[in-house]
Design a protein around this ligand. Structure first.
Ligand code: HEM
Length: 506
């Protein structure tokens, strides 16, 4: 071995040592800054309870504990010092954050870094000009009549050809005591719908005989692992694991690779076949965007936004319906009035116009999401020091969270009957009347309000009218209050086991 190669080798080992020492020291320094900022020494009652998990002795879910604290707070706002997080259930504050001072409360880097590997530059994960551009394009598309009727076609076909046959097979004679996980059914159902809507592709997840597709499994895993990043004690931990390609970060990388391969195939296929006569979102965006990576990012954001949210909303709706048979009876009466008849043995497709006339049904859907919002809380990052309308000071660089789950349970927002499931709350002289979106930020509100709200509502109304026409669905253990798994969207731990029967057969 010559001198030159020896010296090159020793230089490269010195470089390695220096590089790793620098990375290690830098990580240590960032960790220290992070810890100092969080004030982990805070010994107030809330922080002590948060850190020692003692809240769990009294409350089944973290969101129930926050609700309890927010109800006790005179302003409807609390501060969890160890998290550097101001949490509010005050509608005036929500309006301030989401509309009045929108520019001061972006999603922020801490959020976009967590979801960045999965979502890239997709609408769900960006602020500023990139967000504005995608928002403009997407609102034009989603607002068009042709997209809305395309969404309705997809949902109707999925209900008729898969959801009803599946439930019928469980309700068949001899199967009545067989338990079905309704949450799992709705997750498969909404994944099929959002994939068809976004990519024009049918993954066929609701056909239980089909193995779950690689893409669906990879998407599930990637969203779960990305959400888990948010739960690690410090971002430095997952970043370090990502750097070394270890454990969950390795799995996340592999899942994202599968998603990317699939998305690239879809985009290439569309380019070869021509996209101008396709109605899915990908084809529509391809008419104005050439960059394949950007196209992939935009469509993946829609998948994440539209999948678990709808499944979560439908799961809690049927949980509440099972406990309130009089609401189910009122929906059936309304249906009978609108479509003329409602024989339990005769499935009738209800049109968009007919569903629009179903004010009680709409009230019931809004009411169930008031008590069980699919996105229980949502955070922004404050750019410049600010004071919220209730007088709370918010320090630059800290997190601010509005909490739709707690807001639905605040007496001062919804009155003394706030914990009751009362669809009539939304009716005035029999006509559905929406509330201020700042009081009900289930779909967020202001400039970044959910783009899929109408589609989600059409999907929910269609499922409810189809299922209540034909089936009695009862939760297997009605006394079991939902316990939620941590994640971006409310998911019930252990699913929602139900018993399904054909109407009129028992
Ligand atoms: C019941 C169902 C749904 C609920 C409760 C819901 C709720 C929300 C919420 C709270 C946000 C704000 C999230 C944030 O900025 O952090 C949001 C954003 C969004 N939603 Fe939905 N959503 C639902 C269904 C859908 C569906 C079906 C689609 C797609 C077709 C969709 C597309 C979007 C998009 C694209 C955004 C990002 C908007 C932006 O950043 O400008 N959502 N949704």
């Amino acid at each position: 071995m010559g001198f030159d190669s020896l010296s090159v080798q020793s230089m490269s080992s010195t470089f390695c040592v220096l590089f790793f020492s620098f990375t290690f020291l830098f990580s240590l320094f960032s960790l220290l800054l992070f810890i100092l900022r969080l004030k982990p020494w805070c010994n107030c009652e809330v922080c002590r309870s948060y850190l020692s998990l003692s809240w769990a002795k009294e409350f089944g879910n973290l969101c129930d504990w926050y609700t309890h604290l927010l109800r006790k707070s005179p302003t409807g706002t609390i501060h969890v010092h160890v998290l550097g997080n101001t949490i509010t259930a005050n509608p005036e504050n929500v309006e301030h954050i989401l509309k009045t001072r929108f520019d001061n409360y972006p999603k922020g880097k801490p959020f976009s870094v967590i979801l960045g590997d999965l979502l890239g530059r997709g609408i769900f994960n960006v602020d500023g000009d990139s967000w504005k551009l995608q928002r403009k394009m997407a609102s034009l598309e989603l607002g068009s009549v042709s997209v809305r009727s395309y969404a309705f076609e997809i949902v109707t076909s999925e209900i008729q050809s898969r959801l009803i046959p599946l439930l019928s097979s469980f309700a068949a004679a001899g199967q009545e005591d067989k338990v079905l996980d309704l949450q799992d059914v709705f997750r498969r159902f909404s994944f099929d719908n959002i994939c068809k809507f976004s990519f024009g592709l049918d993954p066929g997840c609701l056909q239980l005989s089909f193995p779950i597709s690689n893409f669906a499994a990879a998407f599930d895993l990637a969203s779960k692992l990305s959400a888990e990043r948010a739960m690690s004690a410090s971002p430095i931990i997952w970043k370090f694991k990502r750097f070394l390609n270890l454990g969950s970060e390795k799995k996340l990388k592999e899942a994202i690779k599968t998603i990317n391969t699939f998305a690239t195939e879809m985009i290439n296929q569309r380019r070869e076949m021509g996209f101008s006569n396709h109605k899915d979102l990908l084809s529509r965006f391809m008419a104005s965007i050439d960059d394949d990576n950007y196209l992939r990012d935009i469509v993946i954001s829609f998948l994440l936004a539209g999948r678990d949210t709808v499944a979560s909303a439908l799961t809690s709706f049927f949980y509440l319906l099972s406990q309130h048979p009089h609401v189910e009876a009122a929906i059936r009466n309304e249906l009978e009035r609108v479509i003329g008849s409602s024989s339990p043995h005769q499935q009738q497709v209800v049109s968009l116009e007919q569903m629009r006339e179903m004010h009680y049904l709409n009230g019931a859907i809004y009411e169930s999401m008031r008590l069980y919002p699919p996105i229980q809380f949502d955070s922004k990052f404050c750019q410049e020091d600010d004071i919220l309308p209730d007088g709370t000071f918010v320090q630059k660089g800290t997190r601010v969270t509005y909490h739709p789950y707690a807001m639905g349970r605040m007496e001062r927002v919804w009155g003394p009957d706030c914990l009751q499931f009362k669809p009539e709350r939304w009716l005035h002289n029999g006509v559905f009347r929406p509330e201020s979106p700042y009081k009900y930020p289930v779909f967020q509100a202001g400039l970044r309000v959910c783009l899929g709200k109408e589609m989600a509502l059409v999907e929910m109304r269609s499922v409810v009218v189809s299922l209540v026409q034909q089936f009695d669905i009862r939760v297997a253990d009605p006394n079991q209050a939902p316990r939620f798994a941590p994640g971006l969207t409310a998911t019930v731990r252990g699913g929602l086991p139900v018993l399904v029967q054909h109407r009129g057969t028992h």
